[in-house]
Write a protein that binds this ligand. Structure first.
Ligand code: PLP
Length: 404
């Protein structure tokens, strides 16, 4: 007989997963995956931090730990330490109890729960997201029924920030509009505002009464310094105004599959924060009731121990150094080949990604002729490279730019 689901149409492939699927099917021994945003070690293999292994061993041996349900808002220690990590341990907002933080299932659900909360409890339903941005950003907000608009972010002529366009677009946003900002290591462009530009953005946002919603998935992954990479957020919190912050531990601790994140909402008073917290529970409960414990316990174990924090930051810095080093190598390789174009953005962009400027046809050419896979927008995950593979990518880019 007919299926009850006979009329279900086929959905389009999700681009970044399609890249991974195509890569997996490619039998070529020289194939290179520069698509999906995960860190890889110099040998191309997935990388589990030593400090994470150490925390896991401690957790396993600690027989006082159980597998009982966490509260709806997650592991208490994790919540406290996550807020301190992003706002700073001496943050006034924390000591004045104006921040409410809840553990969420990864950065994704932190964004989604924030969006659902805003849809229910905030009067303005228009959200501005950067153009371009992380491919999943629009989904969190449209799934919550919010209305999406974009603001200019990337200038393809300079391969840098379009600060003029950004300020113009936010300047003409309706009062109270929600503004999604990436705290650092902007995905996919690798372009962040300078501290002075953040200050300009802050003034405009406060002047117009817009509501900033930070996505913080790469704290420490840009400079190797956790405080420095949180500066954008701290500038906004220091003025006493409100904001939301979604944190992800996926990249910064390399615990992608543990799905660990947190949502903080900075409010004007402790009383408001406490009421907001009560409503966040009502958002979370029908979704998954309460979050998983293991990943949050790993994070809390590390952040609770001075020695483990320093081990973590050393490992984080080593990852950042490798990425920065690869930027230099790729830039030099293109310069040595005399590849047409200005490639200085490879070294000026930051974090995990280079927004190469390669167009869709050139990306397709790299895939077909060189078995090199990346997102159609030309975003290169620098972590997928190594000293051995940079010359191969440079050859391929040189051919793509000169042939197409
Ligand atoms: N935000 C940004 C900017 C990201 O790049 C990503 C992952 O790629 C996420 C959020 C999602 O993070 P998570 O894996 O913790 O859900």
């Amino acid at each position: 007989g007919f299926s009850a689901f006979e009329d279900v149409p086929r959905a389009a492939d999700i681009p970044v997963y399609a890249v991974t699927a195509a890569f997996s099917k490619d039998p070529s021994p020289v194939k290179l995956n520069l698509g999906v945003g995960v860190y890889r070690a110099e040998d191309g293999k997935p990388h589990v931090l030593n400090v994470v292994r150490r925390a896991e061993r401690l957790l396993i041996d600690d027989t006082s730990r159980t597998k009982e349900y966490l509260p709806i808002t997650g592991l208490e220690e994790f919540i406290k330490l996550s807020a301190q990590l992003v706002f700073g341990a001496d943050s006034d907002a924390i000591t004045e109890h104006r921040v409410t933080t809840v553990q969420c299932v990864s950065g994704c659900l932190s964004l989604r729960i924030g969006a659902e909360f805003l849809a229910k409890h905030y009067y303005q339903h228009t959200v501005y997201i950067p153009e371009p941005t992380y491919g999943n950003h629009p989904n969190f907000f449209s799934a919550a029924g919010l209305t999406l608009r974009t603001y200019r972010y990337y200038d393809p002529i300079t391969n840098g920030l379009d600060i003029q366009g950004l300020l113009e677009d936010l300047g003409s946003a309706p009062s109270g509009a929600i503004v999604l900002l990436q705290a650092c290591g902007h995905n996919p462009t690798g372009v962040d505002p300078t501290v002075e530009q953040w200050e300009q953005i802050r003034q405009l946002i406060r002047l117009k009464g817009l509501l900033p919603f930070f996505d913080c998935a790469y704290q420490g992954f840009v400079s190797g310094n956790l405080d420095m990479d949180a500066q954008s957020i701290r500038i906004f919190v220091a003025d006493g105004g409100e904001c939301l912050v979604a944190q992800s531990y996926s990249k910064i601790m390399g615990i992608y599959a543990e799905r660990v994140g947190a949502l903080s909402i900075v409010c004007k008073t402790a009383d408001v924060a406490s009421r907001v917290n009560s409503q966040l529970k009502l958002v979370i409960r029908p979704m998954y009731s309460n979050p998983p414990i293991h990943g949050a316990a790993i994070v809390a174990t590390i952040l609770n121990d001075r020695d483990m924090i320093s081990e973590w930051t050393v490992e984080l810095k080593a990852m950042v150094d490798r990425l920065v080093n690869l930027r230099g190598q790729l830039y030099d390789a293109l310069r040595d080949r005399g590849t047409p174009g200005d490639w200085t953005h490879i070294t000026s962009q930051v974090g995990m990604y280079t927004f190469s400027g390669l167009n869709e046809e050139q990306v397709a050419f790299l895939m077909k002729e060189y078995h090199i896979y990346m997102s159609p927008d030309g975003r290169i995950n620098m972590a997928g490279l190594s000293k051995k593979t940079v010359p191969y990518l440079a050859d391929a880019m040189h051919a793509a730019v000169t042939c197409i």
